[in-house]
Design a protein around this ligand. Structure first.
Ligand SMILES: *Cc1c(COP(=O)(O)O)cnc(C)c1O
Length: 371
């Protein structure tokens, strides 16, 4: 029997190569490679329409977009954030000389628990940076209420939340800014890429200057900006990806449904999900492995690995376990009991458009009867 190909937690979606050629020919013809060229402008407009947002600034990746978002709102001092995320969330603060203050998550959503935020606010607090983990919406209303009461800015790390809607409204419209990632591993990829979503033209102009060294025109520089611009190749690829995204999301939804049906009723294996009013993007398929399961979480992780199925423990370790964070008082496990449990129990199963029905069933069978 032919050996099955290894299965990773995700595989980047790539449209047929031939469809990309005309875009490349256009770039080779007009010789505009970057600096807000025609594809860059078209992609910003197309994404605003697709996502249902007012203003969007493209970036070369999500991390530079997070760093620039903090600069754009002149955030200083302390920012309240989650330990249950990818390290870029809090790294963007350290690069800005900001101190992250970690608070615990709500185990139902894996997102910052609004009830924990208030106690972490000090006179130095200037902002909250929550993450819509797995694309599951944060409690945006409760977070905004706290921000309004204490005059804090809210910047969402929405790297997982491309296309997610709540009651028909884009999740990216909440807070002061939202930041997307278009990295190869994300639902919508431009190889590398990212974006900031903002609400007014003045902020968009400030962000556009900050991502281009602070230039206003040929001779005027108004801020110590960075180079965060998306190239024309990435922008052109994004335009092509947009033509395929609905179909890709539909396939993800079908896989999500198959997993939910197949994994129901297994002792000790819990399948979380987003609240009912959410239009999901099915970016991840997290499960939680409790003590009643036949194996430990790492036991299942290893059993799948034996079959060359590479599930991932997102997010283990917690950000607060890394050396540049662990000495902060807020990083102590006693402060983060729910995040600590989630990190110990979570396993993200493979989900991507090209994952076959047979492979989904094989993964379900292994979870039912791990060997
Ligand atoms: C992917 C990711 C980022 C970083 O985005 P890049 O485009 O890879 O720089 C930031 N935060 C979260 C939660 C992510 O998953």
């Amino acid at each position: 029997m032919k050996k099955a190909a290894p299965i990773y937690v995700t595989q980047p979606y790539l449209p047929p190569l031939a469809e990309f050629m005309p875009y490349l020919e256009q770039i080779w013809d007009n010789k505009v490679l970057t600096n807000g060229g025609p594809f860059h402008q078209q992609l910003e407009q197309a994404l605003c329409e697709y996502l249902g947002v007012e203003h969007l600034a493209l970036f070369s990746n999500g991390t530079l977009a997070l760093m620039t978002a903090l600069q754009a709102l002149r955030i200083t001092g302390e920012v309240i954030t989650t330990p249950y995320s990818f390290v870029a969330t809090s790294h963007s603060m350290l690069w800005n000389g900001i101190k992250p203050v970690f608070t615990d998550i709500d185990p139902a959503t894996f997102n910052l628990d609004p009830a924990r935020i208030e106690a972490a606010i000090t006179p130095q607090t200037t902002a909250i940076m929550p993450v819509h983990c797995y694309g599951y919406p944060c409690d945006v209303d409760a977070i905004q209420k706290i921000a309004d009461n204490y005059n804090l800015k809210v910047i969402y790390d929405a790297a997982h939340a491309f296309g997610v809607k709540v009651d028909g409204n884009s999740l990216l419209n909440f807070g002061d800014l939202s930041v997307l990632s278009f990295h190869a591993t994300k639902v919508f990829n431009t190889f590398e890429g990212g974006a900031i979503i903002c609400k007014d033209a003045t902020t968009k102009t400030r962000i556009d200057r900050l991502k281009n060294f602070g230039f206003v025109n040929e001779t005027t520089v108004v801020a110590p900006g960075i180079n965060g611009k998306m190239s024309e190749i990435n922008a052109a690829f994004g335009l092509l990806q947009l033509q395929h995204i609905d179909q890709a999301l539909q396939r993800r939804q079908a896989i999500d449904r198959a997993y939910r049906a197949g994994l129901a009723g297994i002792p000790g294996l819990q399948v979380p999900g987003a609240p009912a009013a959410t239009d999901c993007n099915y970016s991840y398929f997290p499960i939680l492995i409790g003590p009643e399961y036949a194996l430990s979480r790492d036991g299942l992780y290893d059993a799948l690995k034996q079959q060359e199925i590479y599930a991932r423990r997102y997010f283990y370790p917690l950000i607060t376990d890394f050396p540049m964070y662990r000495s902060l008082p807020s990083a102590h496990a006693d402060n983060l009991p729910m995040a600590t449990i989630a990190a110990a129990q979570v396993l993200c199963l493979p989900i991507y458009p090209n994952l076959s029905d047979d492979d989904v069933q094989r993964i379900i069978a292994l979870c039912r009867k791990p060997v």
